[in-house]
Design a protein around this ligand. Structure first.
Ligand code: SF4
Length: 341
């Protein structure tokens, strides 16, 4: 250990870095340098190619999410073409009909975090305070097959929200065979296609994200001579058989069940109740100005959101105690003109 290393309390590796770069180690502890480092790490990585050995990452999240020196936790997010710099808040409330609704959970993330990443955090927070509902109504952004299964098996919640349609990459314009046209025998690890052919291979794999999947293939011999091949696979020359990607059994079955039921009138009537939370978002924006944060970091911004939710609950409790009726759903001027016509 050198005298300098001893004086600055450096590890061997830190001392070696200092000798190599020629800059003192304490420089990296300066907050502004840390922010700059994070920005560079998100935008570039060393790959030994190109000038200076760096190359820009191309992920949208990295491009859109760079921190600012003054608000290091804020990120630039984009949703349906609208962008903003800062955070997202996710509000959960009770929604039994004909009673005043109270906000039970507030989750705050930076603006780049996808809604699907929040579903589990919402359930964990509600479970910790023994406020888990029997049914949780959410929009499509919060629902995947894995979430439906986890909510059911670990929290006893029915997660009610629409899932994506069956649009695998093999789909064609017009009539085509989606996954639902195939019969899966999970015990035998075989799939039967609409023409009655049996799959030739079944392999358990993992996506780069770690999600377990099963890949199923039919042979090119079966598909090459199939009279309905054009409805099934893009490999028009018949040199490649149809393939399917399946989720784990419980998730695949939950996904298919939800795809079927969300098309029914009964399910859609039941799901209508979710739209009520838009009024809560609107109330939070109008009454508490929740779109603007007074703070520069995420923990304090979250605290601000909790205060805003508490204020809304107090307003609602006051309305309940004074027997103020619930506000009626407003009809926009344009919708009124449409109704009049
Ligand atoms: S193309 Fe292959 S998988 Fe598709 S229906 Fe024909 S035989 Fe079955």
């Amino acid at each position: 250990m050198s005298v300098l290393q001893y004086a600055e309390g450096l590890t061997d590796r830190q001392a070696a870095d200092q000798v190599r770069t020629g800059s003192p180690g304490w420089l990296r502890e300066i907050p502004a340098v840390q922010v700059l480092r994070r920005a560079w790490v998100e935008q570039y990585h060393r790959d030994g190619k190109g000038c200076a050995g760096g190359r820009a990452r191309t992920s949208r999240r990295a491009d859109a999410g760079s921190p600012r020196p003054t608000t290091p936790d804020a990120r630039y997010g984009v949703k349906r073409g609208s962008g903003w710099c800062g955070y997202k808040t996710h509000l959960s409330e009770t929604c039994e009909p004909d009673v005043h609704h109270l906000i039970t959970q507030v989750v705050t993330t930076d603006a780049t975090v996808a809604d699907t990443e929040v579903t589990e955090a919402v359930h964990q927070g509600l479970a910790a305070r023994e406020l888990l509902p029997g049914e949780h109504d959410v929009d499509a952004g919060y629902v995947t097959a894995a979430h439906i299964v986890t909510a059911r098996d670990e929290y006893g919640i029915e997660l009610l929200g629409p899932v994506g349609l069956d649009t695998c990459h093999e789909n064609h314009e017009g009539e085509h065979f989606t996954q639902s046209a195939f019969t899966v025998d999970w015990q035998a690890r075989k799939v039967t296609c609409p023409e009655g052919r049996i799959s030739a291979s079944w392999s358990d794999e993992r996506k780069s994200s770690g999600t377990p999947i099963t890949r199923v293939h039919f042979t090119s011999q079966d598909c090459g001579s199939c009279p309905v091949r054009m409805k099934c696979t893009k490999a028009a020359d018949g040199r490649r058989g149809r393939s399917l990607t399946l989720l784990p059994r419980d998730q695949q079955q939950a996904l298919e069940a939800r795809r079927r039921e969300q098309l029914t009138e009964q399910w859609q009537q039941r799901y209508n109740i979710r739209a009520g939370v838009e009024a809560t978002i609107s109330q939070a924006v109008r009454r508490t100005r929740i779109r603007r944060t007074r703070f520069t970091d995420l923990p304090k911004t979250h605290l601000g959101h909790v205060f805003a939710a508490t204020a809304i609950n107090i307003i609602r409790l006051d309305a309940w105690l004074t027997e103020t009726p619930l506000g009626q759903t407003r009809t926009s001027h344009l919708a009124r003109l449409d109704l009049a016509a």
